[in-house]
Design a binder for this molecule. Sequence first.
Ligand code: 0X9
Ligand code: ZN
Length: 300
Amino acid sequence: SMQFDAYYTNSEINAWMDDLAREYSFVTPIIAGRSFEGRQIRGIKISHGSRRKIIFLEGGLHAREWISPATVCYITHQLLTSRDPEIMAAARDFDWYIIPVTNPDGYIWSHDEFRMWRKNRRPVGQHFGVDLNRNWNSNWLVAGSSIDPSTEIYAGPGPFSEPETRTLSAYLRTIGDRIDLYLSFHSFGQLLLVPFGNSTAPYANYHDAVNIGRRAMGALSVRFGTQYVTGNIVEAINYYGTGGTIDWIKEHLKVPLVYCYESRDRGQYGFLLPSDQILPNGQETMDSVVDMIHQARRFG
Ligand code: 0X9
Ligand code: ZN
């Protein structure tokens, strides 16, 4: 069982998920795709019986944002072990699809070779890597993206050129009509982002999504006082970025509630968030997810 006092490697996370599937009859391993280097994009499903509405947790799309897989694992651990009635109800009432590491090649590279690696590991001429949060087929290359493979925001040669985004999106299509809540975990900045990455124009339930998000960030702040800003990427960070996961999920799967967490901190440690913050970050994030579920239930 995980202690959440250190960052775990890809193989430790996989071994832990294998343990969970052995330990709990209602936990099933899932394979949501594959990486450029041929690794499986692995996860688990927590499901108590008949087809319920889905909450999808996606972590580790950006390799160096280690707090993201750690947070996804912490939430999973809580869903399976907490005696808190609200968390137990949340675990029981939804089908949870959980992928801690959606960019395994990059995550391994960040652990073994270069801590600050962000992208996947496709070789492109002299360079490596496509930014998997610019490669989705939603306003691809429209803003805050580059065609230059030497940059951190290289969008790839075309939308869904990368196996990670192509296979994960195909998997998501098979369950998309049941997803009520999609959470994409990144770092850092203490932001809760809603679609879209190139516009502040409100879409159908934009105001509901922002209001639900703001209330959830209120719940997040209760435990340790951690403050988040909620809004779309343009409002909250004041930059543009299209071809991201959450935009495609919203545009193509029409999921009611779609958020991207930019977890701790606000830049003191940035991507190098000390491991003694895994637990408090996980706890406050769990508080916010529980609050979101309260609010999301009315979409069920
Ligand atoms: O730029 C990104 O990909 C994300 N920030 S990060 O520092 N984790 O790289 C923000 C993406 C947010 N995307 C949308 N709101 N569409
Ligand atoms: Zn990121």
